[in-house]
Design a protein around this ligand. Structure first.
Ligand code: HEM
Length: 423
């Protein structure tokens, strides 16, 4: 077995999914390798990833891609939904689909939206503090990391927060369509979740048609009703589904991965507490160090050369953002977590015409959480072993138990009566 094949097998094994970074390093030193799991050539070096993301000759996966991957894809409503999102499917339709929602995601628009969830962050951190008080530890993933993005997406769409929160298992099942292996069981779960989501979304569509508001849901219904060639009925449902999934799962993993990195570096936490202005570079380092979305997809649309290898048109590529971010050719000591780091930006939000639409939203709402945790919880540390999701594409923690020295918190007693020591 060639060394490349052996490395790919290690990458698929449990330990490789828990910590793929040493394997990426060994793979980066070799010529590009074809990975059966992804059914794609892996692109691993920073410069190659930049070119594949935004250079000429590279496009996004289309119907031919999905046909090769899942020959029966038309029989799976969840996969049909995926192919109607802006991320996949009809390449020519991408600017139209993206254009339908982009004005809701500008930095300015998002700044005022995120300001409106600031009080919610306080309340969520209060709950976390109360849980640590009661039990000595609390799970950040269930109490914060998913709840904040789901509340935020609910408000943007104008939907009840508890309804969106209850969709977590369905978002997870749909997000797993991005993982490399898609056994029948996984496809069936995604189909079931999509059917549940579609029923809900159809109710929302009817309600907004009767009582439109200023929210994103009303806007989407209005665009479809005014001109179905701008947004068809299937695209309307897919748009909801992709905003639910992309808006919650990635941000949730970002909060968990970023916090886990911070917890291994008390010096970084102390620096952030002393100088909150470092939050921007600290978050950039969190995104670089452990990218929540490890892989995005491209297909060559012309014959190209990448990293010294000739790739004919139609070659499928798995662009390994998590590997590019650790490439020693551009980052000194790439495995170290250094919040003051300079250097090229991480590629964790992808690039080019497909750059993540929700990047500003994810960063601004996560900044609120990280700032609040650092300032309110001195001695914040792990309270037990974290449990990893072992995802190859969407990488994050299932559980991240933490504790803190609450008695010395700057606003200890804020909720519980001044002077009372929390333990
Ligand atoms: C830290 C959190 C997030 C990360 C790491 C992330 C990462 C990514 C990546 C890697 C891509 C693919 C880009 C490419 O192929 O070049 C992407 C696309 C996308 N993301 Fe995010 N994302 C995050 C949060 C969000 C949020 C909060 C939303 C929406 C509310 C969102 C919506 C989207 C959409 C709609 C696309 C498709 C863009 C297009 O194809 O034009 N993402 N994201």
């Amino acid at each position: 077995m060639s060394d490349g094949r052996a490395l790919l097998e290690l990458l698929e094994a449990e330990e490789g999914r828990r910590d793929p970074y040493p394997l990426y390093q060994r793979l980066r030193e070799r010529p590009p390798v074809y990975d059966e799991r992804h059914q794609a050539v892996l692109v691993l070096r920073y410069e190659d990833c930049v070119r594949a993301l935004s250079g000429r000759g590279f496009g996004r996966p289309d119907e031919a891609w999905v046909k090769r991957r899942i020959p029966t894809w038309q029989r799976h409503p969840a996969v049909r939904c995926l192919m109607q999102t802006m991320q996949f499917g009809d390449l020519a339709g991408h600017p139209r689909r993206r254009g339908v929602v982009s004005r809701f995601f500008t930095r300015r628009q998002i700044a005022s939206h995120v300001a409106s969830v600031s009080a919610t962050v306080d309340a969520l951190v209060d709950d976390l503090v109360a849980e640590i008080e009661r039990h000595g530890a609390a799970d950040v993933q269930s109490m914060l990391s998913y709840r904040l993005p789901s509340i935020s997406i609910a408000r943007l769409l104008g939907l009840p927060e508890e309804e969106v929160a209850s969709f977590q298992p369905h978002s997870l099942a749909l997000a797993k369509l991005l993982e490399p292996r898609l056994p029948e069981q996984r496809l069936a779960e995604a189909d079931d979740s999509f059917r549940t989501l579609r029923t809900y979304v159809e109710r929302v569509i009817e309600a907004r048609r009767r009582h439109p508001g200023e929210d994103l849901a009303s806007h989407l219904v209005h665009v479809h009703d005014t001109d179905p060639t701008t947004l068809s009925r299937d695209e309307l449902v897919s748009m909801f589904a992709s905003i639910f999934v992309a808006g919650t799962m990635n941000t949730s993993n970002f909060i968990g991965n970023g916090l886990a990195a911070l917890l291994t570096s008390p010096d970084s936490v102390a620096r952030l507490r002393a100088d909150p202005g470092l939050m921007g570079t600290a978050m950039s380092e969190m995104l670089r160090h452990d990218a929540p979305m490890q892989v995005t997809r491209r297909v060559t649309v012309a014959d190209v050369e990448l990293g010294g290898t000739k790739l004919p048109a139609g070659t499928e590529l798995a662009v390994v953002l998590g590997s590019a971010n650790r490439d020693p050719a551009v980052h000194t000591a790439p495995d170290s977590f250094l919040i003051g780091r300079s250097g090229p930006p991480p590629l964790s939000f992808g690039g080019g015409a497909y750059f993540c639409l929700g990047a500003a939203m994810a960063q601004q709402e996560s900044a609120l959480i990280f700032s609040k945790l650092v300032s309110r919880l001195p001695g914040l540390r792990l309270a037990g072993p974290p449990v990893h999701n072992l995802g190859s594409v969407l990488r994050g923690y299932l559980r991240l138990p933490v504790t803190a020295d609450l008695g010395s918190a700057p606003d200890a007693g804020r909720r519980t009566g001044a002077g009372r020591r929390m333990s």
